[in-house]
Design a binder for this molecule. Structure first.
Ligand SMILES: [Zn+2]
Length: 91
């Protein structure tokens, strides 16, 4: 009977999650248009390493995130946005 020697996990940790309600900024502001040419705006939805920010972080809705990803990819092709980070990796 040695199975009892397992370290006990602390069962309940008080979770204080009051998440702020994130709203898709494109839904909220209909004047915002997702365009690949608007690299300044697209940059907001990428990390400084050029990766796209997931929508659970940015709060963008599925439809707009899809448009966004298309725009970002397009902007990468047009060399408006970086593909990947230069920093940290090989130069
Ligand atoms: Zn939206």
């Amino acid at each position: 009977m040695s199975y009892n020697s397992r370290p006990t996990r602390r069962p309940s940790r008080p979770r204080r999650t009051y998440r702020r309600r994130k709203v898709c900024r494109f839904c909220a502001d209909s004047s915002l248009v997702i365009e690949y040419k608007d690299s300044a705006q697209l940059r907001y939805f990428t990390t400084d390493r050029g990766k796209m920010i997931p929508r659970r972080i940015s709060g963008t809705c599925a439809a707009h995130q899809r448009k966004l990803s298309t725009a970002i990819k397009r902007a990468r092709v047009m060399a408006l946005l970086p593909y990947a980070a230069m920093a940290g990796g090989r130069q």
